[in-house]
Design a protein around this ligand. Structure first.
Ligand code: 1CP
Length: 350
């Protein structure tokens, strides 16, 4: 048994210090989708793998891709290279990626189709991803934190029901309107699978996990409570029942003024902020509750120039006096110049 203070050593990664509520003079920084197509070394390995899913399920290659942005830029955290849609696949739903378009799944739109998918995820199908976690863990510098993740039930369900990404999440909304009991069953399966999946990642070595709810912003207050807050709270409780000290970041993207409610009700340790949130509101009503992470606009990073410097300053001015992790408000765009990422790091660390 260690001493009570043994986790708070001076070697603790800055990212974890920020997550535990410390205000740092230089905020830790990482970027959503930091392993991705804007990097030539990623594109090279991705071509070798053949398909996106082969890359996700090849532990050697996926570990390499996870480490690439750490080597190149020295970010304060690495994020596991995988995808939120491996969970529906582990539940038995057919999944494939169309080159240049995105994910496709065989839609689960009625009770018959739900009968074709399993109640529990097959751990063997996720085993290669867990092996990736073990490999990354052994190669990361000790000052670099390691983040695992899953999709939130609402966001994952939007893909399971529609069979693809949708601009307005219409098919999932139509289903919870017409058959809420069926939709609830889909949500329940994602909740259980996600608890097991996040616990497996934690046991294999991630320091924190992030729950991506990319489409939270399309729900009205009541639906947000039912389909975003409640299932997320069940995941947080389920993970903490097995790993009481786990650090969990929620990212209900676009939820804006509903975020304080989300934070209070789910019990997440920190929350991600989208780019267009009101910064004064986020500082006063959200950062006063938990550490925040975000919220530079990926479009500003892509454009670069003086506007980038100004926005980095504005983000730091808003959040730098409290616990804060510098990040984008959403994933980096594939056509972002590498020089702009270098400028960003220099500006944040200046
Ligand atoms: O060919 C390619 O290289 C595919 C591009 C790509 C990448 C790099 C996809 C397809 N997924 C990923 C990796 C990924 N996805 C990570 C890895 C870690 C990192 O951040 O570097 C993570 C965390 C995700 C999460 C993810 N996948 C989300 C939530 C976050 C977000 O961006 O909103 C979502 C919605 C997905 C689904 C998905 N996977 C890929 C695409 C293009 C999409 C979106 C499809 C759509 O809505 O149309």
């Amino acid at each position: 048994m260690g001493w009570p203070m043994s986790t708070a050593t001076k070697h603790e990664p800055a990212f974890l210090k920020a997550l535990s509520g410390q205000t740092l003079s230089t905020p830790p920084i990482w970027m959503m989708r930091q392993a991705g197509r804007y990097l030539p070394e990623y594109r090279e390995l991705r071509a070798k793998a053949g398909s996106f899913l082969s890359l996700c399920y090849n532990p050697e290659m996926a570990a390499e891709v996870t480490l690439q942005p750490i080597r190149r830029f020295g970010f304060d955290a690495a994020i596991l290279f995988s995808d939120i849609l491996v969970v529906p696949q582990a539940l038995g739903q057919k999944l494939w990626f169309v080159e240049g378009e995105g994910p496709r799944l065989e839609p689960v739109a009625d009770a018959t189709r739900l009968g074709e998918i399993n109640e529990r995820a097959d751990p063997d199908l996720l085993a290669p991803v867990i092996e990736t976690v073990r490999r990354v863990k052994t190669s990361l510098p000790q000052e670099t934190a390691f983040i695992g993740f899953c999709g939130a039930p609402w966001t994952v369900a939007t893909y399971m029901v529609a069979g693809r990404g949708t601009p307005d999440q219409g098919p999932a909304k139509a289903l919870f309107g017409s058959d809420p009991a069926l939709f609830q069953q889909i949500i329940d399966r994602i909740v259980e699978a996600s608890i097991d999946y996040l616990c497996a990642q934690i046991e294999a070595g991630v320091d924190a996990v992030q729950i991506f709810d990319s489409w939270a912003g399309s729900l009205g207050a009541d639906d947000f409570e039912r389909w975003c807050v409640t299932p997320t709270r069940r995941i947080v409780d389920g993970v903490r029942a097995r790993h009481p000290k786990s650090r969990i970041i929620g990212f209900p993207r676009g939820a804006g003024r509903l975020i304080p409610r989300y934070v209070a009700a789910t019990g997440v340790d920190a929350v991600g902020l989208e780019s267009d949130i009101d910064r004064a509101f986020a500082r006063d009503e959200i950062q006063s509750l938990v550490p925040v992470q975000g919220n530079l606009d990926p479009l500003v990073l892509r454009s670069g120039g003086p506007e980038l410097e100004r926005e980095v300053e504005a983000v730091r001015a808003a959040f730098g006096d409290g616990p804060f992790v510098f990040n984008l408000g959403h994933g980096i765009l594939p056509d972002t110049p590498i020089a702009h990422v270098e400028r960003l790091l220099a500006a944040v660390r200046a």
